[in-house]
Design a protein around this ligand. Structure first.
Ligand SMILES: O=P(O)(O)OC[C@H]1O[C@@H](O)[C@H](O)[C@@H](O)[C@@H]1O
Length: 214
């Protein structure tokens, strides 16, 4: 082989793209009013199928299903409350004196004229989100009938949990409760085991309550 036909050295391997830094779960800063601001970010507490694009509801956090849970009615799945902008009550009732909470915010949702066209019942939904001293989060929902007539509704906190290893998860306390199995045509069963574990896809709805407000 002559010198001018020597094979060129192999290209050096492309370096991997720099990994994006993960957002810190809690950030502390100062708010516009000079008060301490705490931003909670849980980048993993959502479904892998999340589409953060209206009108699709965010599949993460704790969606509030109201006035309809699931497709048990004529409204959109899980009702419209999770897809609306709520306002903050700047003058909420104080926390009870025996409360261990240190901080809370009251969020209010009232139906718009368009909402009343699809669900003709006026109400005020007040959601209190309170943070305990140990970091525990407490949600209290109060729904007030501001209509002249009674109405019924279904409601749920559709909480998403971030788990690193599903095989380590056990859900206890549901023994003897009835549930509808979505993967078996919503057939009704009674839970027999003292703990539910997950070996494959599960989609069960336990113990549905129907509320009436007079
Ligand atoms: O996708 P959505 O509307 O946020 O609902 C989340 C889940 O809600 C559950 O109640 C349904 O049984 C699931 O099928 C669904 O994936």
């Amino acid at each position: 082989m002559s010198a001018d036909k020597v094979a060129p050295p192999p290209p050096s391997p492309t370096p991997p793209p720099p990994s994006r830094p993960r957002p810190r779960p809690v950030e502390f800063s100062k708010g516009v009013n000079g008060l301490d601001k705490v931003v909670l970010r849980e980048s993993r507490g959502s479904s892998a199928e999340s589409i953060f694009k209206p009108p699709k509801a965010i599949r993460g956090g704790i969606p509030i299903c109201f006035p309809q849970f699931s497709n048990h009615g004529s409204l959109e799945q899980h009702g419209f409350a999770r897809n609306r902008v709520w306002s903050i009550d700047n003058d909420p009732a104080p926390l009870p004196t025996n409360s261990t909470s240190k901080a809370c915010v009251d969020l209010i949702f009232k139906p718009s004229d368009d909402d009343l066209k699809i669900w003709p019942h006026s109400f005020e939904f007040r959601l209190r989100v309170a943070l305990g001293p140990g970091g525990d989060l407490m949600l209290t929902s109060r729904i007030r009938n501001t209509d002249a007539k009674p109405f019924t509704f279904t409601f749920a906190y559709h909480t998403y949990f971030s788990v690193s290893d599903i095989s380590e998860v056990r859900v206890e306390g549901l023994e003897t409760l009835d549930y509808l199995d979505n993967l078996q045509n919503k057939e009704r069963f009674t839970e027999q085991g003292d703990a539910i574990t997950f070996e494959s896809e599960v989609c069960s709805k336990f113990h549905l309550f129907l509320f009436s407000l007079l």
